[in-house]
Design a protein around this ligand. Structure first.
Ligand code: NDP
Length: 311
């Protein structure tokens, strides 16, 4: 099969990828975008999105992503189903494999492959997906006003999410598997001193229950080396905050990533250390991880691509 060559390749179809496609499309760069494993990205797994500017009545994640996709197509973006499975960024034009077979080369590239929230791996997390289980407090916390929720995790994200949720919910349980929090000292203090947050150390969630959505969590509390206690707590929401995995593996031989795998870019720009290769959205953002910040960084990456190609 002959290798196809494109000017601008966008890898990933979340808010960053689609926004980059809108901008590069309008700049007549004929972008080709591969949607990846989850077309539309993480937002397609949430229900209502109320904090994306421009939608005063709110919008569902799938509709928002479909709108962005249509807007990109309107400006000529070639949006394709397919997963980029291999990358060679050793020299320009950069070379990629799609779905393990097709080869494509590109002069400029935007990596917007996102990050995948980690789940515990319980069957019940799938059973109650969109019905009380969430991996994003900022996205879904609003639906739990004056209700009880549980957050799993002991890192900075879990603490931040617990504090955010405590501003809305009536009570927040923080389920920590170890006898201590891993989060920074200041976050630990905030959580431990918060009147609405109850930290349950050495607790593991082993299942969820409820007839129409989550109504509670089955817990196992470790008691010393060999003993354990099993009991349930009643909650309406179950939030995972046990980390994200940035989808950067195939690019790692050529670009810098931090210890978790987030792509490191130059200063406040989307530039990686490879000329013409840019990173946008959650794959390069350990801190904000919002649809709107991803869209903003997709815009920046597109502008950088235009400058790079015009050099
Ligand atoms: P972390 O990897 O720091 O923490 C993950 C937490 O989840 C840990 O407490 C871990 O437990 C727990 N965990 C992992 N797997 C399981 C499991 N299967 N069951 C139960 N618990 C589990 O991830 P974060 O997302 O919190 O943070 C990522 C990075 O981003 C960190 O460097 C953090 O400091 C940074 N960050 C900074 C913020 C800020 O500065 N404002 C805000 C948010 C994040 P254990 O400790 O037992 O491994």
């Amino acid at each position: 099969m002959a290798t196809e060559h494109v000017k601008c390749l966008i890898i990933g179809s979340g808010p960053a990828g689609y926004t980059a496609a809108i901008y590069t499309g309008r700049a007549n760069l004929s972008p080709v975008l591969y949607e990846g494993l989850q077309p539309g990205g993480q937002l397609t797994t949430t229900t209502e999105v109320e904090n994306f500017p421009g939608y005063p009545e709110g919008v569902t994640g799938p509709v928002l992503m479909d709108d962005l996709r249509k807007q990109a197509e309107k400006f000529g973006a070639d949006i394709r189903t397919g997963i980029v499975t291999g990358a060679d960024l050793s020299k320009a034009p950069y070379k990629f494999t799609v779905d393990g077979e097709k080869e494509i080369t590109a002069d400029a590239v935007i990596i917007s492959t996102g990050a995948t929230a980690k789940y515990l791996g319980l069957e019940d997390e799938k059973k109650y997906a969109g019905m009380g289980v969430s991996a994003c407090a900022t996205c879904d916390g609003f639906f739990y006003r004056k209700k009880k929720v549980a957050v799993v995790g002991g890192g900075d994200t879990a603490c931040e999410e617990a504090i955010y949720l405590a501003s809305l919910a009536s009570e927040v349980y923080l389920l920590v598997r170890k006898p201590f929090l891993r989060a920074s000292k200041i976050m630990q203090e905030r959580v431990l001193n918060h009147p609405k947050i109850k930290v349950l150390f050495e607790h593991n969630a082993v299942g969820l229950f409820g007839d129409n959505g989550v109504e509670g969590v089955h817990l196992v509390k470790r008691m010393g080396e060999a003993d354990e206690e099993r009991y349930d707590i009643a909650v309406d929401g179950f939030f995972l905050a046990i980390g994200h995995k940035p989808n950067s593996d195939i690019f790692k031989p050529w670009i810098d990533t931090d210890e978790v795998g987030y792509i490191i870019t130059e200063g406040n720009t989307p530039k990686t250390k490879v000329p013409g290769v840019f990173a946008a959205g959650d794959v390069a953002d350990p801190h904000y991880r919002q649809a709107i910040t991803a869209a903003g960084s997709g815009c920046k990456a597109a502008i950088e691509v235009e400058r790079f190609l015009n050099q």
